[in-house]
Design a binder for this molecule. Structure first.
Ligand SMILES: Nc1ncnc2c1ncn2[C@@H]1O[C@H](COP(=O)(O)OP(=O)(O)OP(=O)(O)O)[C@@H](O)[C@H]1O
Ligand SMILES: [Mg+2]
Length: 252
């Protein structure tokens, strides 16, 4: 199987803190990998390095064979890398539909310039974006709340909006940072189904989560991180049964 995402020898430190220490990781199409490890292990930092929030010190990141490292965040996104954020970053007063239709905050100014220069082009592009948003809302079971302000949703629904936003561009690789944190009830099953269906569409998915039951039920495989290193990769049941890893996870 040709990997979608291929990371080799990734290093990153902030002063004395090593957040990535020789990380090698591959993500394959149609597979869901669960990334687990204690607080501060470097899980979010790894997502930040892959998505380009900050640069790496060494190593390579490839998406479908193409180098991502060195590219700006929006270039990585346009090549098919999508992610969600541990803190949600929604627009609370905008409707769910509009949360999907607006791009990242920094591109809003750009829209007004294009609207002045090419109004018909912008309108047809917006019609396309709207169709895409409606389709994504259906896939994430959010069509019924499309017109509701994001702030009025349950926390679980807000988490689903975060995933829906990530699905707006045609992702080849989807990184989910704690999609279940604080989520209860119906949203739990929906989140499982949505992520499964995304993977079935051929996307390579990586999920960071402290909810080990969620990871065990959802993921094809687990990766255990500690102090910026990948210590183990294998069936999730094996990782959580490994006393050496549970000791690192829960401390002594
Ligand atoms: N921009 C930054 N500047 C300095 N230190 C940082 C930065 N980002 C992360 N760190 C540090 O890197 C380490 C790893 O943090 P990270 O957020 O990646 O952990 P995590 O595995 O996602 O933890 P959690 O499960 O609590 O979300 C922490 O010690 C954190 O303080
Ligand atoms: Mg984190």
């Amino acid at each position: 199987m040709t990997p979608v995402l291929e990371i080799d020898g990734l290093d990153k430190r902030f002063g004395g803190i090593v957040v990535a220490d020789g990380i090698d990781l591959t993500l394959n199409p149609g597979r869901v990998v669960g990334l687990i490890g204690p607080n501060g292990a470097g899980k979010t930092s790894l997502f930040n390095l892959i998505s380009g929030v900050f640069p790496s010190d060494a190593g390579t990141i490839r998406l479908d064979g193409q180098r991502l490292d060195g590219l700006a965040m929006h270039r990585r996104a346009s090549l098919g890398l999508a992610r969600t954020w541990q803190n949600l970053r929604l627009f609370p007063s905008l409707s769910v539909l509009d949360n999907l239709m607006v791009g990242p905050r920094r591109y809003l100014g750009d829209r007004f310039l294009r609207l002045a220069l090419d109004p018909a082009g912008v309108r047809s592009q917006e019609a396309g974006t709207r169709r895409r948003a409606e389709e994504v809302l259906e896939r994430t079971r959010l069509s019924g709340v499309a017109a509701t302000p994001a702030a009025d949703l349950t926390f679980g629904q807000q988490k689903l909006v975060g995933v829906a936003r990530a699905l707006m561009n045609d992702a080849r690789c989807l990184l989910l940072d704690e999609p279940m944190a604080g989520v209860e009830g119906q949203a739990y099953e929906i989140m499982q189904q949505v992520v499964r269906e995304v993977a079935e569409g051929g996307v390579a998915v990586c999920v960071v989560e402290h909810n080990v039951a969620f990871i065990r039920d959802l993921c094809d495989e687990g990766v255990f991180m500690f102090a910026g290193k990948v210590l183990a990769r294998g069936p999730v049941a094996d990782l959580i049964a490994d006393p050496r890893l549970t000791e690192l996870y829960f401390g002594t």
